[in-house]
Design a protein around this ligand. Structure first.
Ligand SMILES: Cc1cc2nc3c(=O)[nH]c(=O)nc-3n(C[C@H](O)[C@H](O)[C@H](O)COP(=O)(O)O)c2cc1C
Length: 290
């Protein structure tokens, strides 16, 4: 097992719920490594009282580092539930974890989770304390945004983050109101990095070719898979692995469409997407993409 505690981050595969899921990471392990990724963070898992994170599909019977060094990400606002979750993943051999402080969806943030936790600095501090105390120094990280409504909110919170020995803070250089579109704010990002006592990872619209480190990349990697000459083979491989996991065609088709949606504007996928999105069986889907 590879211990990531204390190691500096390089190129991190971003958590994309529904996309960079476990089956994706395992199916495309070679492509992920060849693209230069050094580690991955799981899409978020709820840290709720009485919920065992090891039962989540992301972590169930997980062979640690089977494909790429992996950090489970949690979302929540209950420090004791987070602590319980971290104890469980530690028992399973994980040495690192990440806290989602960036999810922008109003339903999440209005309940004080995801980016909403930036509005409750006392709870944020207790979550960070739970993470650092349970896992140890430089083992707990955070993924966040520049703010909820404005790009200087995170900067104002740096004293809270600086009080803890975090492994790193990943900053998606947008505010939550922007969701996933609009300009990234490099200047506001640099101000946060300057003020941070912990390593800061850049995230947001970075191309796969970027040499910046540390760096987190998500959508550019997903698009890159669709640009490869063997993209159709990759998709077929993913469908087969998903069918083995899910044992039903409908959720597999849903998963394939989720991936294909990232490729649909590429000339070679446009016509295929138009047919594939209406597919009702896996056979129809596979025919549409071939
Ligand atoms: C469909 C989708 C799902 C996402 N799921 C998560 C998630 O579970 N946890 C998280 O911290 N960020 C999540 N994000 C945000 C990404 O990790 C990343 O911050 C964002 O896509 C910007 O990086 P990129 O331009 O390199 O993709 C998600 C983004 C998208 C588009």
């Amino acid at each position: 097992m590879m211990d990531k505690s204390g190691t500096s981050p390089g190129l991190i595969l971003a958590p994309l719920r529904g996309v960079t899921i476990r089956c994706f990471r395992e199916t495309f392990a070679r492509e992920i490594r060849e693209a230069g990724f050094t580690e991955a963070i799981t899409p978020f898992i709820a840290a709720n009282q009485g919920v065992d994170p090891l039962k989540d599909r992301e972590l169930r019977n997980h062979a640690i580092d089977a494909s790429i060094p992996l950090t489970p990400q949690f979302i929540g606002k209950d420090p004791s539930a987070l602590k319980d979750s971290l104890i469980r993943i530690k028992e399973a051999g994980f040495t690192t974890a990440d806290l989602n402080c960036g999810c922008p969806f109003p339903m999440v943030r209005n309940k004080g989770r995801g980016s909403g936790i930036l509005r409750t600095p006392d709870i944020l501090a207790r979550m960070l304390a739970a993470g650092c105390e349970t896992l140890g120094e430089r083992c707990f990280s955070v993924k966040t945004r520049l703010g909820v409504e404005k790009n200087d909110e995170l900067l104002a919170l740096m004293p809270v983050f600086n009080a803890f020995p975090l492994r790193f803070i990943t900053v998606h250089a947008r505010n939550a109101r922007q969701m996933y579109e609009g300009e990234c704010d490099a200047k506001a990002f640099l101000a946060v990095r300057e003020a941070s006592a912990n390593p800061v990872v850049y995230n947001g619209d970075a191309p796969l070719s970027s040499k910046e480190r540390p760096l987190m990349v998500g959508r550019a990697f997903v698009r890159y898979l669709g640009e490869r000459d063997d993209a159709r083979e990759l998709l077929k491989r993913y469908a087969a692995a998903s069918l083995e996991e899910l044992h039903a065609e409908r959720p597999v088709i849903g998963r394939m469409k989720e991936l294909l949606a990232y490729w649909k504007d590429m000339p070679r996928w446009r016509a295929r997407w138009t047919i594939a999105k209406t597919a009702r069986s896996l056979q129809e889907f596979l025919l549409a993409i071939s």
